[in-house]
Design a protein around this ligand. Structure first.
Ligand SMILES: Nc1ncnc2c1ncn2[C@@H]1O[C@H](COP(=O)(O)OP(=O)(O)OP(=O)(O)O)[C@@H](O)[C@H]1O
Ligand SMILES: [Mg+2]
Length: 358
């Protein structure tokens, strides 16, 4: 999204820009602009459309979540944006640079923590950071200070000279995340930052990510954990079979479910005549009975609760439990795709002719 032109010079600059140019980005709200991007893998027996005509923007300073099941194309999209793979079609700008024309420049302003660990477990934490720091050209005069800063951030200072193979999964992941941050990148890409971690370690990694974002870094993370996306992300993009199927802030995504909140009321026995009385209420979308539970879906469930309780009292039916749940991201995903997030699925087709790997 470009800022509105404010003066003649700006208008002229905009008009003279070649189509698809990335030059207007530095002052704009967007730090990444993706335009009809596709990545197709062609192999002997199959063609996989891993990223399928995707268009969206990432705003400066936000934590942006790419949420989707296994094989949705999240890592492929990250690999294209971080210039590890060339797109098959479409364009993308990362800050002021084009992913195909300026890969070197992009690499200097981004940090990447890939899905599969690339730490050298035979090396110490300090050596891993030092090695990477030299690789991304951190000045020798500041490298040592920066390494100790990052170790302090992850509370790994006292383990600086211990081999990474002695670290827990959470410690390794935190180390790998801050390693990607060693050169103060403008944008940090985290691919499944908490995969395989226990709940406590996941919370620590979340804190780490929030801390890095406080330093004004834009963070793009992929995950198939809904709670992670809910907890961390300003905006969330749902991807499925390579396609972008929804993108918004959490509250707006939840509004996509017409049914609204889910109210569950437990009972030992129920008077069937209650059901039509409840269904008469225009604010209630549906009423179902399942396993000694009345399941009511309605917008604004908490406001409606007193009316529902009154109906139970009228029919002298005691309640054994009450719960109200607003729709989760999982519910939204099911509503949009008809399947659960852990059901996976990529688009795979037989090639019409023999293809070559790309
Ligand atoms: N180098 C490659 N060659 C061929 N196919 C590939 C390659 N990389 C990815 N794919 C395919 O592209 C599709 C998307 O894979 P990708 O790794 O991007 O998914 P993902 O959303 O990151 O999944 P996960 O949650 O499991 O990490 C899959 O079908 C995968 O098999
Ligand atoms: Mg992946």
């Amino acid at each position: 999204m470009n800022q509105p032109a404010t003066d003649t010079q700006t208008i002229l600059r905009e008009i003279s820009k070649p189509p698809g140019s990335c030059s207007s980005l530095p002052d704009s709200i967007s730090i990444i602009r993706i335009d009809h991007l596709s990545k197709i893998f062609k192999e002997k027996n199959r063609i996989v459309t891993a990223v399928d005509d995707v268009t969206f923007e990432v705003k400066r300073g936000e934590i942006f979540g790419l949420l989707g099941p296994n094989g949705a194309g999240k890592s492929t999209l990250i690999r294209v944006l971080t210039t590890l793979l060339r797109p098959t079609a479409g364009t993308a700008c990362v800050d002021t640079f084009d992913i195909v024309r300026d890969p070197e420049k992009i690499r200097s302003i981004i940090g990447v923590c890939p899905q599969n660990s690339t730490l050298d477990v035979e090396l110490t934490a300090y050596d891993n950071l030092e090695f990477y720091g030299k690789l991304v050209n951190v000045d020798d005069s500041i490298l040592d200070t920066r390494i100790w800063e990052l170790l302090a951030m992850t509370e790994l200072t006292d383990r600086a000279y211990m081999k990474v193979q002695t670290f827990s999964g959470g410690m390794r992941r935190k180390l790998e995340i801050v390693r990607a941050f060693i050169h103060h990148p403008l944008i940090l890409f985290l691919d499944e930052p908490t995969i395989g971690l226990d709940p406590e370690a996941r919370h620590e990694v979340w804190q780490q990510i929030s801390k890095l974002n406080e330093e004004k870094t834009t963070i793009i993370l992929t995950t198939h954990y809904m709670d992670e996306a809910e907890k961390l992300c300003n905006r969330i993009a749902f991807v499925d079979k390579g396609k972008l199927i929804a993108l918004d802030i959490l509250e707006n995504l939840k509004q996509l479910i017409p049914a609204g909140d889910l109210i569950e009321i437990g009972f030992d026995s129920i008077d069937e005549k209650m059901l039509p009385v409840l269904r008469e209420n225009t604010l209630i979308n549906s009423v179902d009975v399942k396993d000694h539970k009345l399941i009511i879906s309605a917008k604004n469930g908490s406001k409606l609760l007193p009316e529902i309780v009154a109906v139970f009292e009228k029919f002298s039916t005691p309640m054994t439990s009450i719960s109200i749940r607003s729709p989760s991201l999982e519910d939204v995903f099911i509503h949009l795709t008809g399947k659960k997030l852990d059901e996976g699925g990529h688009q795979e087709t037989k090639p019409s002719r023999g293809g070559r790997p790309s």
